[in-house]
Design a protein. Structure first.
Length: 314
């Protein structure tokens, strides 16, 4: 199969017929064998009924229906598991991503040997204050911390070599950082393509201001996981040891001062309480490191979701 198109969606029943028809026109014109995997992330509208109706007319359409809303990362992770195409392309269901980009994205993976090609919405139709400016700040921070120089980490329109999506696990809210996850897995040829960004035609956006706060928190998480995910004791143990040594040394100095000068008052000195605090924090960090090591080595499956129904997927 030439291409798998994975589309996570939430309450997009209005856009689905037009989007799927557009995809079919594009892939048929370029003579590509394909599948479209529509992942319904707990929609409360008629999205799943629309998917069933469309799939009855086009066997290339497949579906996964979550029992409740888990988020975009979960939807992508399940879509990646089901994908069979040589190239896997993701796009949003709101029709702000253009299916006309599919052939060029696939060509960059096949002919130019990229592992990932990320879309760059150079000209956007979003509100400048609420989306563009925070997005620029977020992308700048992501570039600096990851060493991957993409203009738009959060663009939903991306293309992947099949081996990439089968080698990574997308969880939590890490869909913004799939290129970073892929880089950790050893896929280093990551490219970028300017893509068309269209004004929203149906419905309303599902993301608010909180996505930028969550984005920066996830950036901190993924930076920590990159450096210390497999060896948390190296982080907690290091700073715990430093804090304990600092507190212990300060306590030793105060005790020696008391032995030399009997009138010297330990409890009247702020450094006495600061030293105790550092020692306590040091011990807590050290113990946290041990617990984190145990959790890391005994972690259960974290990507288990309640799927109510599947369509065309074994």
């Amino acid at each position: 199969m030439d291409v798998s198109i994975v589309i996570p969606l939430l309450n997009e029943d209005e856009s689905l017929p037009e989007l799927c028809a557009w995809i079919e026109r594009v892939v048929t014109a370029h003579q590509l064998s394909y599948e479209v995997i529509l992942v319904d992330d707990g929609s409360t509208d008629d999205s799943w009924e629309v998917i069933l109706q469309l799939a009855a007319k086009n066997p290339a359409l497949k579906g996964i229906k979550f029992q409740r809303n888990y988020g975009k990362s979960a939807a992508l992770n399940e879509g990646f598991k089901a994908a069979q195409g040589e190239v896997v392309i993701t796009m949003d269901a709101d029709m702000q991503d253009s299916p006309d980009e599919i052939p060029a994205l696939r060509r960059m993976i096949i002919e130019e040997k990229y592992d990932i090609v990320s879309g760059w919405k150079q000209k956007r139709f979003d509100n400048t204050f609420t989306k563009n400016i925070p997005s620029k700040l977020f992308n700048a921070a992501a570039r600096q911390s990851s060493g991957i120089y993409l203009h738009d980490f959060n663009c939903g329109l991306k293309a992947y070599r099949k081996k990439v999506v089968k080698s990574i696990e997308v969880f939590g809210e890490m869909h913004r950082y799939i290129p970073v996850l892929a880089k950790w897995a050893g896929f280093k040829k990551i490219g970028e393509k300017v893509v068309e960004h269209r004004a929203r035609k149906y419905g309303v956006t599902k993301f608010g201001w909180e996505r930028f706060i969550n984005g920066f928190l996830d950036l901190m998480t993924i930076t920590f996981l990159n450096k210390f995910g497999k060896r948390p004791m190296h982080f907690f143990g290091l700073y715990g040891t430093l804090a304990f040594i600092l507190g212990f040394a300060t306590s030793g100095y105060l005790i020696i001062s008391k032995l030399i000068d009997r009138e010297f008052s330990l409890t009247n000195k702020p450094f006495f309480y600061i030293a105790l605090t550092f020692m306590i924090i040091g011990v807590q960090l050290f113990v946290t490191g041990f617990i984190a090591e145990l959790i890391t080595r005994n972690a259960a499956e974290r990507n288990v979701y309640l799927i109510e129904e599947k369509l065309g997927i074994s």
